[in-house]
Structure formats: C-alpha cells, structure tokens
Design a protein around this ligand. Structure first.
Ligand SMILES: Nc1ncnc2c1ncn2[C@@H]1O[C@H](COP(=O)(O)OP(=O)(O)O)[C@@H](O)[C@H]1O
Ligand SMILES: [Mg+2]
Length: 302
C-alpha cells in the first residue's frame, strides 16, 4: 500500500510558485528523503502532506485518503517534527509530552505510559522534570521527536531533524531513527546532511526551485550521476586539463580544484594517478554530496 501518493503537487504563494508540479510515492515501511538547497520547496511540500498547508493544485492521497477532504483523519495518523522548535518552553519535558497527548485525545493513563516509553527510548528519563528552556539543542530535538511519536503515528515526518546539532547529538538522533526503521515505521524526512540521507533513506527525491531534479535509491543516484571512484586534485595543471578534454572524462573544474569521476581501479584512474598525482591528490568513493552538488550547483542560496 502507498502511504503517500502525490501527483503534480503545486504550492503557490501569490504569484510565487514554491512547489511546481511534484509527483512522488512513499510506500509503507519506507524511509523517504527530500533533499534540496535552501528555498527548494521541501518544507512547502511536506506541509501539504500533513495537511498544514492546503494544496494549490494536484492530487494527494495519504493512507489512501484524499488530503482535500480527509485532512483531519490523515493528520491524526501522522507525527510531525517541524523545522523550528515548537516545544512549550515553560513546561517540563514530561509535561510537553502529556500536553501533546491530550491534543490526540489519548487518555491520561495511556498518555503516561507512552510518555514513559518515549522518555526511555530517547534517553530523556533523567530530564523529565527539566524545563524545556534549560535543554541543550540535542535534548530539545530528542524531545521533539519523542513528542511526534506519542500518538504512535503510522507516518513520521521530520523536517531537518538534525540541522544545527553537534555531531554527537546528530549520531544519537540517527541511531534512534535507525531503530524506528527496524520497527517498520514509514518516514518522510528532509535533511542537508548527505551522509544522513545516504545511510538512512531507501529512496530520495532531490528538488530545486520547486521542481524535481532527480529521484531514486541513493546508490543508484551515485552511480548514475557521479562514479564509483573520485579523484580530487589541488591546483590542476593545464596538462591535466587537456588530458581530461582529450579523453572526455566526467569532471568538475572548480579552478583551484579538479574533481574527476572515474571507474574504480580502471586504466584511467591508474594513468591519472601516475601522471598527475605527484602531490595533493585525494582518492575516495563517489558519494551523495557529489550528486547533490553536481545537480544543484555550487552557488550560494538565500
Ligand atoms: N508562507 C510563505 N509565503 C511566501 N513565500 C513562502 C512561504 N513559505 C515559503 N515561501 C517561499 O517558498 C520557497 C520555498 O520555501 P521552503 O519550502 O521553505 O523551502 P525549503 O524548505 O526547501 O528551504 C522559498 O523561496 C520561500 O521563501
Ligand atoms: Mg525547509
């Protein structure tokens, strides 16, 4: 069963088009990642999925229900962790969970039981009486995730869950998301961390300026748009440049740095290594960041 089926989804704000006819499906148990530079339209797109923002045109079914008419029922089955911290700063950790459970009309005893489970799952038990304003960024984010799960949703939507966190907190969040994945939860997430998307997501959609740039499994995107093997050469020589032109090798010339995409252990790689890699050469596998930068460019946004 498809959990989300979006067809030609459009979001306009006045004359401005934030999402320009985007179609995608998310299957049950799938972790689906939405990537794109700032302003690409990720938040606008996912807000339509949880019925926070009405669709301008197109069609969308969530759990087989029509978002236009059934958004209330859809919403009751979705857990959301928004991009901004939406916790109540004056309440304690536990109170935030219990209050949220009330919005879902979960009875008191059940709410306590679930809050307990979530506190434990996110290692927040010893912080239960701390007020939100006293929490570090990592703790607050874990609480936001815990809160999103209090209703035991069938779909979890996370908008940049790890942005702004220190590496330890980020790994802790990833670890919890992996655990949720093992349990079969369906998730829609946006992120700027390519390693997060690469390791966590089954499928990805890359957006830019409201349009789909590409879509597919992370491994496939890497082989399709970059290569198994990448060579980075600092201060490329003119000799290297003409060699690349001659052999029509896939590359990105960044002026001070040349990024070359080749087959791993191939003849080309060996030749470049012996002829052009006297110093300052880096050999590494192609990754999702290469794909992202190749497809959305290296210019600054917003
Ligand atoms: N409520 C709004 N009114 C007008 N423009 C908006 C509104 N929300 C978002 N936008 C614009 O839509 C574009 C996409 O924004 P957003 O969906 O937040 O992108 P992303 O989440 O990918 O960074 C941006 O140019 C943003 O300024
Ligand atoms: Mg956003």
């Amino acid at each position: 069963m498809q959990v989300i089926e979006a067809r030609q989804l459009v979001k306009r704000f006045g004359k401005f088009t934030a999402v320009n006819g985007v179609s995608f499906q998310v299957e049950r148990g799938e972790f689906f990642g939405l990537l794109g530079p700032n302003g690409a339209g990720k938040t606008s797109a996912i807000r339509m999925v949880y019925g926070f923002s009405p669709i301008t045109s197109g069609d969308m079914a969530v759990f087989g229900l029509d978002i236009r008419t059934d958004w209330r029922r859809i919403r009751s089955r979705i857990g959301v962790c928004q991009q901004d911290n939406t916790l109540d700063p004056d309440l304690t950790v536990e109170q935030n969970l219990l209050l949220f459970a009330r919005y879902f009309e979960i009875n008191r005893d059940l709410a306590r039981e679930r809050a307990e489970q979530q506190l434990e799952f996110f290692a927040l038990t010893n912080k239960r009486n701390a007020r939100v304003m006293e929490l570090s960024g990592g703790l607050a984010r874990r609480l936001q995730l815990a809160r999103a799960l209090i209703s035991e949703p069938d779909l979890l939507i996370l908008d940049e869950p790890t942005t702004g966190l220190d590496p330890q907190s980020r790994y802790q969040v990833w670890d919890r998301l992996f655990e949720l994945k093992k349990r079969g939860l369906t998730m829609l997430l946006t992120t700027h961390y390519m390693s997060e998307a690469e390791s966590l997501c089954d499928r990805l959609l890359i957006m830019d300026h409201g349009d789909i740039v590409t879509e597919g499994r992370p491994r496939r995107l890497i082989t399709e748009h970059t290569a198994e093997s990448v060579i980075e050469i600092e201060g490329p020589s003119e000799e290297l440049r003409s060699y690349i032109r001659e052999h029509t090798i896939r590359h990105d010339d960044l002026g001070q740095r040349m990024i070359i995409y080749t087959e791993a252990n191939g003849k080309m790689e060996a030749e470049i290594r012996s002829r052009f890699c006297m110093e300052a050469c880096l050999f590494r596998p192609g990754n999702l960041e290469d794909v992202f930068l190749r497809l959305t460019g290296r210019g600054l946004r917003e």
